[in-house]
Design a protein around this ligand. Structure first.
Ligand code: BG6
Ligand code: MG
Length: 223
């Protein structure tokens, strides 16, 4: 018998729990300006959910500079961006949790549903610490052990496995196109927050529109 119930909810971090997606944008913008490569918010959409070095590869290609740097220079450029980013996240406090997100996670936890984190950011623990919400996650993906980037489903599958949850009975929340693809590839139900996420199973524009009651209803009534 396959009764529908929810076994886990797995969140992305940057752009879902806090607006660090904007800080990633600012840090890349600073580096791109220095390299003389055009960079704007539209192009940045392609980088959401994408790892640091892969993002840099896309930026260099956009500036026709794919062959301009050695591997070691590329590593230095990626570290430089990370320095800009770390500077920006120094100012993060619990006030920077996006509206309603802490309450949403607490409500899920109050129903004894495990909560996980599927972020590809190497700064994820620093961000969670600054927001003072580490204790709200039963398991956070260890990005050092993840071999395939989003849109590959590996990261969401790994978190479900650690939470002993069946992906088909679990929900993922993302702000990136590749993130929604990763969730759906794992067989989970995808909730998208933001723009350009029409392929999500449920989509809202802002975190204030996320209601646990509504998400549950949508999941339980899906075809
Ligand atoms: C993702 C962000 O969460 O983490 C991307 O959406 C970012 O923009 C990626 O590139 C990697 O982050 P970090 O902190 O390891 O450079
Ligand atoms: Mg994100």
């Amino acid at each position: 018998m396959t009764s529908k119930h929810i076994e886990a909810v797995v969140f992305d971090l940057d752009g879902v729990i806090t607006d660090t997606a904007h800080y990633h944008y600012l840090a890349w913008k600073q580096l791109a300006d220095e390299l003389g490569i055009p960079f704007d918010e539209d192009f940045n959409e392609n980088l959401k959910g994408v790892s640091r070095v892969e993002s840099l590869t896309l930026i260099l290609a956009n500036g026709n500079q794919s062959d301009a740097y050695t591997d070691s220079e590329i590593e230095d450029l990626a570290s430089q961006k990370n320095e800009y980013y770390k500077q920006l996240i120094q100012q993060l406090t619990p006030e920077d949790i996006l509206p309603g997100m802490k309450e949403l996670i607490e409500e899920i936890r109050s129903e004894s549903i495990p909560v996980g984190l599927a972020s590809v950011s190497k700064n994820a623990q620093t961000v969670l610490h600054a927001l003072e919400i580490e204790h709200l996650f039963d398991y956070c993906a260890d990005v050092a052990k993840i071999k395939q980037s989003k849109p590959d489903p590996e990261i969401f599958l790994t978190v479900c496995e650690a939470l002993e949850a069946d992906p088909a009975q679990s929900i993922g929340v993302e702000d990136a196109k590749v993130g929604v693809q990763s969730i759906q590839g794992s067989g989970m139900y995808a909730v998208g927050v933001g723009s350009y996420l029409e392929q999500a199973d449920l989509m809202v524009n802002e975190t204030t529109e996320l209601s646990w009651t509504q998400i549950k209803q949508a999941f339980l009534h899906k075809q």
